[in-house]
Design a protein around this ligand. Sequence first.
Ligand SMILES: [Zn+2]
Length: 508
Amino acid sequence: MSRLSFAARALAPLSLIACFATTLAGQQPGRPAPTPASPQDRTMAAMHGISSHVILDYVKEMTAEKYAGRLTGTAGYDSSAAWTVGLLRSWGYQPMGDKGSWYQKFPNPYTLVRPGTELSLHLPQPGGGTITKSYAWETEFFQGSTSDAGKVNAEAVYVGYGVTAPELGYDDYAGVDVKGKIVVVEPEVPMGPMPDSAFFRKWRPYSFHSYKIENAAKHGAAGMVYDYHIANPNARFVKGFILTYVGQTVMNDLFAGLPVSHRQTVDQIRSTLKPASRPLGKTMTLVNNTEHHPEGIGSNVIGVLPGSDPELKNEYVVLGAHLDHLGYNHEMMPGAHDNASGVAVLLAAAEAIAKSKVPMKRSVLLLLFGAEEQGVAGSEYYVAHPVVPNAKITAFLNLESVGRGERIGVSSGVEYPAIFEAMKRANDAYVHRAMGAFANPNLARPRQDAAHFLWAKIPTVSIGTSGAPPLPYASYHTTKDRWEILTPEIMEDLARITFLATLDLVNR
Ligand SMILES: [Zn+2]
């Protein structure tokens, strides 16, 4: 027997009659029937209309070959942006970009990465001669996504974090000759933002990839091997400079035969804050095949659904997600989790908001960012060139890599509890996912679109998901970030929470 009680079933015919009577009484000849449902009923109907199938289809669309991995500046990115615009327009959103368009354009140089790469290490043998070990693209290395094209065959010199900071009394290049050589460099800086954030702040400028590349070139290096095993266009192009991103196998081989291992060397630098630079006694060959486009133009997609309160419609609840990914690094980088998932969840929530036709006091602004993968350039440009005053944003919900796992994490939800509480009310009432708020000191170099909004003191949270079972391969910034690895149910749940929280925030 179903859980519906006998009493409830006995009452059903009565309520049907009552409903029918109301409809008849309210209907006037020659006029369309009034909308039958209350705002609350329409909210529930729109929430239940949010479907994991539709969301996954959005992800499949964005990760299709025709969009070529959505590298900002390329035709593939522009067509994916046009596809989102078609949806937003059909749901009744209005353009808020440049000159009445949907697009906010900004300068954005980009580099295409083509097949035809090589990484090999030449190891001197005790009896004379050398043996050459060649590495496998993707599992052991990536071409630098902002490398120039060309070949370097030179001695490898380890230069730690690649930092020259006279004011900190620290120089990884002191006492080593790197002219015409290949420098081997660690990412970030030799300490984290905690516990001494003031000290970390002095180091932060040296944590940027572009800084390390430019500093290596300034010291005369011909190329750089970066201990950062992902495809990554987040750096400036330096003419004539060859860049390769490598994994642990290559790093271990570079230290083979030396008295200290790679790991010990890194630990030593971090614990003493003293450089441990040294020639590695081996030569390497780097070959990269790229094509740089300094003339590239990027864009953000911007749409609005206006609120109806004469005063409050000038305030905005903002939903944002980055639309771009990495383009090709030999093969296409699909970027399903990062961040087709965020755009798909945003679109599902945006459709439900528009179709529910629930009266909204405040307006809803949608921001689909370009060039997040190129140094959060699109969101940085937006905050500096806002289409509505930054002070009129009452809440910004950024959706970043929300396609995998079973838990929802709300970064900066501790600093901005009103946004988190709106999400929590929706979750507690209708969704029931594991969801938590995190504090975010936002001290490190900006790695999410939320960063520049937070620095501008705009109430902002960045939402992500976690808790997926481990995969047998790396998926972050690799060709393996495909729709097949996603968890559609969490995207549906998060779209429902985002939809309900947005209606809550626009009317609160
Ligand atoms: Zn990314």
